[in-house]
Design a protein around this ligand. Structure first.
Ligand SMILES: *Cc1c(COP(=O)(O)O)cnc(C)c1O
Length: 474
């Protein structure tokens, strides 16, 4: 009995939902988040107070707690981070950053009705591919082109169009897994194609392809082994050597370039990657590549090649399920336009800018930042300027690295200190994502554009509680 009275007494000390709602903060919250959400949040706050031993709370204090909860609940989940991983095209961090020109175009398209499938001159229905076809063809030398959701979709659509119920011939050395659930053999099955593996893991010869072709073959496919390289006693058959075989058999030769680049990366001091134009010139009938890898645009999959084949792809009902919307088409168009002036690319396209950044320049950035970062982190962390190696990422140019520089953060104390430091930096208002290497948390500064914002972000560390839960990083 006594216990029950105690409960009742506690409940009486809690303000009513209505009282909290009528505080100045409560009224403001109801305006901002709506009556229903605010009342629900107040109820939750009061319930939490009731759980506590000391259940005394003023209406104002309850309103403030409710505000904290609402702010947290309605904070955007998809928020910017500093990508200091050293991987320029980081799939988990959204790959390519979009050029300002493309952002402006996409924003315009979002805000307005646009002539997406409408021929303004003729006043009749048009095709969305018309918006970018000429540009893509000009940049790649292909006869025709279409755009879909991503390169995985491009591959799926191509396989389904030409090899549904038929054989798709691929070298065993090229049966790639890109990551996640994208494995070439599985995509083939889903596309309705029968995988015909030829050759061995390390060596495939032209005769292997020739022996595999029969009247059931739908296509021959070359896949760029984007995220690994087989070295040593190896042989692969370049696409150009398969052109005759494909054509004499009356089947298309498809080249999935993966990243695909529109320009020779050698101009940025990177190793040469096959360009789309080279793949087209080598004689592939269809070439597929991504929009948000080396190309530096939004997520998209490009399919370029012979007109008669692109026509068939466009007639496939799956195309409709895989197409891109006006926002991305606007960004794609603007991104491709930047390629018409390659000399300006390193300035205009963030991916090119980051890839082209010289080590000296990155090191100078590290020197500008080191002391303030050290101050923000306090005496328990030593901060040094360090050499490091960046990588392109997203499977493009998998082996070679780019000489870079950054800050190596070493916390005092062993054990989980490094992980706890990583957790602490991920807990900043703009999470800082580095990588752990050589017993340090390494912040590769290749992709850092806004140094002032970075330092401001770090300066808030002084307000972050020093003790992070021991198990935070595991
Ligand atoms: C990345 C890649 C893909 C998938 O492209 P997304 O744009 O990520 O869908 C397909 N094939 C190859 C060879 C790749 O490198």
């Amino acid at each position: 009995m006594h216990g029950h009275n105690e409960e009742a007494r506690k409940v009486r000390r809690l303000p009513s939902v209505d009282k909290v709602l009528r505080t100045p903060i409560g009224l403001e919250l109801a305006q901002k988040y709506g009556h229903t959400a605010t009342v629900a949040a107040i109820r939750k706050t009061l319930a939490e107070v009731r759980e506590c031993a000391n259940s005394d709370v003023s209406p104002d204090a309850a309103a403030r707690d409710t505000e904290k909860a609402l702010v947290k609940r309605y904070a955007p989940r998809l928020k910017p981070v500093f990508n200091l991983t050293g991987t320029v095209l980081h799939t988990n961090l959204g790959r390519a950053l979009i050029a300002e020109e493309a952002i402006a175009a996409a924003t315009d398209a979002m805000r307005n009705a646009v002539a997406l499938e409408f021929d303004v001159e003729e006043g009749r229905r048009g095709e969305r591919d018309d918006l970018v076809r000429d540009l893509i063809c000009e940049l790649t030398g292909a006869e025709d082109a279409t755009v879909v959701n991503n390169n995985a979709a491009a591959v799926l659509l191509v396989l389904n169009t030409f090899a549904e119920g038929r054989g798709a011939i691929v070298s065993r050395g090229e049966l790639i897994e890109i990551g996640g659930a994208f494995r070439m053999p599985e995509i083939m099955t889903r596309a309705g194609a029968r995988l015909v593996e030829v050759g061995t893991t390390n060596r495939t010869h032209k005769r292997d392809y020739a022996n595999a072709v029969d009247e059931e073959t739908g296509l021959i496919m070359k896949v760029h082994t984007s995220n690994y390289r087989i070295e040593g006693f190896t042989r692969e058959v370049p696409a150009r050597d398969l052109v005759d075989l494909a054509h004499s058999s009356g089947i298309p030769l498809v080249d999935d370039l993966g990243s695909g680049t529109l320009i020779d990366l050698a101009r940025f001091g990177l190793p040469h990657e096959p360009t789309v134009a080279e793949a087209v010139a080598a004689g592939a009938d269809i070439v597929t590549f991504s929009g948000d890898k080396l190309l530096g645009g939004p997520q998209a999959g490009f399919i370029v090649g012979r007109k008669a084949l692109i026509d068939r792809i466009n007639r496939n009902p799956l195309k409709r399920a895989l197409r891109v919307d006006k926002i991305r088409l606007a960004a794609i168009e603007a991104t491709l336009r930047l390629y018409c002036n390659p000399d300006k690319l390193a300035e205009k396209l963030p991916t090119c800018r980051h890839l082209a950044r010289k080590k000296d320049e990155i090191e100078a950035c590290a020197r500008r930042l080191v002391s303030q970062v050290a101050d923000s982190l306090g005496p328990d962390v030593t901060v040094d300027i360090a050499d490091c190696a960046s990588q392109v990422g997203s499977g493009a140019v998998p082996v070679e690295t780019l000489p870079s520089a950054g800050l190596a953060l070493k916390p005092a104390g062993g054990g989980g200190a490094l992980d706890r430091l990583a957790v602490k930096l991920r807990g900043l208002p703009v999470p800082v994502i580095g990588r752990i290497a050589d017993n340090a948390l390494l912040l590769d500064l290749r992709c850092l554009d806004d140094e002032a914002a970075f330092l401001h972000n770090f300066s808030t560390l002084n307000n972050v509680p020093a003790s992070i839960p021991e198990d935070g990083g595991s």
